[in-house]
Unconditional design. Sequence first.
Lengths: 332, 267
Amino acid sequence: MSVKPGAEFLTGGLGIEMDSRRGLGRRRRPFEQFMHGALWLCGAISILTTIGIVYMLGQEALLFFRREEVRLLDFLTGWTWQPQTLQFGIWPLVNATMGASLIAMALALPLGLLIAIYLSEYASFKARRILKPILEVLAGIPTVVYGYFALTFVTPILRNMFGVEVVEIFNIASAGLVIGVLVLPTVTSMSEDALRAVPVALREAAVGLGATKLETSVRVVVPAALSGISAAFIVAMSRAVGETMIVAVAAGAGPRNFADWSEALGGLRALNPFQSAETMTGHIVRISGGDISYDSLDYDSLFAIGLLLFLMTLGLNIFSRAIASRFRERYD
Amino acid sequence: MAVSNVDGTTEGGGYALTASNLQVWYGGFHAVSDVSMEVPTHRITAMIGPSGCGKSTLLRTFNRMNDLVDVARVEGSVHYRGVDIYGPDVDPVEVRRRIGMVFQKPNPFPKSIFENVAWGARIHGFKGDMEQLVEDCLRRVVLWDEVKDKLNQSGLSLSGGQQQRLCIARAIAVQPDIVLMDEPCSALDPIATLHIEELMRDLAAQYTIVVVTHNMQQAARVSDYTAFFSVIPETRTGELVEVGPTDMIFDSPDNPRTNDYITGRFG
Ligand SMILES: Nc1ncnc2c1ncn2[C@@H]1O[C@H](COP(=O)(O)OP(=O)(O)O)[C@@H](O)[C@H]1O
Ligand SMILES: [Mg+2]
C-alpha cells in the first residue's frame, strides 16, 4: 500500500514537527497528572464525608449508650419510647417508619414501574413530552406542602372511605401514601432509564417470535432491566425511610407505645395504619425543634435514632443489591 | 399447521409469499420502490445488492417488522397463503408467529439456553413436552451436543456462531412456515458461516427461507432463487433489478447491472 499523497503535507506543511529525538521516551503530561489528582480528590471527598457523618453519629450515639439510665438491650427490644420516664425502646419509632415506608413503596413501586413501562414502550413522542415534565414538577414540590396535602386532602378521603372512628386525624396511611407520591418520580425516571437501555435487538427478537407488545415488555424488557429497576427501588426506599416533613405534619406527634411485644402484636395493633404514630425522623425533628439542651439525654438519644436510621438504609441497600444480582439478566 | 406440500401446492400456487408493487417510505424518504416478486415455497431465496439498497427494509415488510418503526410506511401488498398481510383484518402478531425472523447480529435473550428456545413456544401456549421441543429444536440446528450439559447457562455465554444457531432454534421452536434471515452470517467467522449455510440447506426441506446477504458466494452456494436489488443513484431509492433461479442470475443475467455487480464491476 502506498502512502497517501497529502500525508507529507499534514506533518510537514502544517508545521506539526515530529520530534524524532524524543522517540518513545516517557513524557511528562502535567495537565493529565493534575486532573488525575483532582478527580481522585473528588472521590476522596465523598468517601470522607460519609466517614465523617458515621463517625459523628457513632460518637454521639456512644454518649447515649454510655449513660447509666440507658440499657442497649432495652433500646433494641423495647416497645415504649418515653424519655420522661427514661424508657428508650426504639420499636414504636421503627415500626412507624417501616409502616409509612412500606405503604409508600406499595404505591410507588408498581405505579412507578407501570408508568415507566408506558413511557418507554408504549407512549408516543407527544405523550412523553407532556407526561415527563409533569412528573418532574411532582419531584420539585416542597415536602412540607406534601405534608399538608396529606393532612388536609388525603386524610379526609381516607376518613370518608373507612369511617371517622377508624381513621384518626393523624395517621401513618395518609403520610405513607403521600410519601409514595413523593418518590414516584424517582422510581419512574430511574426505571424508565433502565428500560430504555435494553437493546432494541432484544425487543425485535421477541416481536419476531410473534410476541405481543405486552409480552415483550413484561417478559423480556423488564427482566433485562431488573438491576436498574432495583436501583430505583433502593433509592426510593431510602428516601422514604428518611422522609421527615410529611410524617412530621401528617403522621402524629407522639410514639405509639406498647408495653411489650405481645401487646404490640396482639391483634396486630402495632400494624394499624390508621392510627397516629411517630416515626424515627418525625421524632428527631419534633424533639430538636423544641428547646433542648445540648448534653441532655434527649439530645443524645436523637443520635442513637439517627445511627439506627443510617444502618437501616445501609442494610436495605445491601439486601436489595443481593436480591437484584440474583435475578438480574445480564445483556451486556 | 405447517405447509403440507414440498412441491408447493399451497394456497398462493407454490409461492409462500407474493409481493406486489411494494413501496416503503421512511418519513419522506422513498426507501424501496415498486417491488413485485414471489418467494417459492420450501426454497431458499437470496436477496443481494449493495449496502443501503433496501434489502433489510424489504425483508422486514415480509413479516410486518416495519410496524415497529414509527416513520415507516408501506404501500402495495404481500400475500401469504392467499391473504394480504397488510389487509385491514390481519393481526401483525399472528403474521410474525408464522413468518419468523433471524437477525444480523445474534440476539439471544439474556436468559438460559433452555429458556431462549422455550420462550416463543411458551408465550404461544405450547402445551406439549417442552424439554422434548427444546431438544428437538437444538438438534435441528446441530447445537444440541454442544449445549446439552449447560442448558441452564445464559445464551450469551455461547460463541457468536452458537448464538446464531440458538436464535434459529428459537425461531423454529414456534413452528413458523417461513424464516426470514437478515445477513445471518455477517457477524460470524468462516467456519461458523459454513455451519449456518449447511443448516439453511437442511431447513429448506421444511421451511421457506428468505435470506439477505451481501456475500455473493453465499447466495450462489445456498440459494435456489436470487433477487438482485440496486439503488437509483439520484434518490437513493432501492429497486428490484431482477429475480430468478440462482444459476440463471449468476450465469446469464438479463440485466447488465446484475452482471456488473456479480462480476465485481460495480459502480
Ligand atoms: N429506521 C429507519 N429510518 C430511516 N431510514 C432508514 C431506516 N432504516 C433504513 N433506512 C434507510 O433505508 C435505506 C435502506 O436501508 P436498508 O434496508 O437497511 O438497506 P440494506 O439492508 O440493503 O443495506 C437506507 O438508505 C437507510 O438509510
Ligand atoms: Mg441490511
